[in-house]
Design a protein around this ligand. Structure first.
Ligand SMILES: [Zn+2]
Length: 204
């Protein structure tokens, strides 16, 4: 998938918003009475983003979105857990009722949750139960590989959900994996067709 070819307009908006974020000049607005009036009674978000709980990763900022543009669901490890009723309710509503064009799994560099997968035993039960509850493992030659493989595992889990698979098959929905690099502000996309990661150009 090239930079200039997007599966839908929502993904184009995410990438273009990201470029504003990277340049430090995001168009995200504060309260605007006209915009508030437009969205007060309905919402029409183009994408749902599944992000880590980490305080350094803020999807609305990274994609320079305004209110009403994206739905965000966050948890440790940006995990898609079919046993998590909150996640499943959000996903189902986003796909079937809000008709989002995209679900983006947004992993990030320096993810402590991924690092903890090496050894869950010392962790408090509340944390180890969540991180290991879906059988997540630390996979890869490097820390970065492990973070990327975790994103790919979440994409697999999404595709195994029948309502997601159906929407993808009917070309109503695109599922995308991304990785945010905290130190550099760079963003990578996973190109499923080529089975490779590529950095989003910060200039188009
Ligand atoms: Zn994280």
């Amino acid at each position: 998938m090239t930079e200039t070819t997007y599966p839908n307009d929502g993904l184009r908006q995410l990438v273009e918003g990201y470029r504003h974020f990277f340049k430090g000049n995001p168009p995200r607005k504060g309260f605007c009475a006209l915009h508030a009036e437009q969205i007060a009674h309905t919402q029409n978000p183009h994408s749902m983003v599944i992000s880590c709980f980490d305080s350094r990763v803020c999807p609305e900022a990274i994609f320079a979105t305004n209110d009403g543009h994206i739905c965000v669901h966050r948890n440790m490890l940006n995990q898609v857990d079919p046993k998590d009723a909150s996640m499943m309710a959000s996903l189902r509503f986003a796909v079937d009722s809000l008709h989002v064009q995209n679900i983006v799994v947004l992993g990030h560099s320096n993810c402590n949750a991924v690092a903890k997968l090496k050894d869950l035993a010392p962790l408090p039960q509340e944390i180890s139960a969540w991180l290991g509850g879906c059988g997540a493992t630390y996979r890869g030659e490097s820390y970065e590989d492990a973070v990327k493989n975790n994103v790919l595992d979440q994409l697999d889990r999404l595709h195994r959900l029948d309502f997601v698979a159906r929407a993808v098959q009917e070309k109503r929905l695109h599922v995308e994996g991304m990785l945010f690099h905290i130190q550099s502000g760079r963003l990578e996309r996973y190109d499923a067709a080529q089975n490779r990661w590529e950095f989003i150009k910060t200039e188009e």
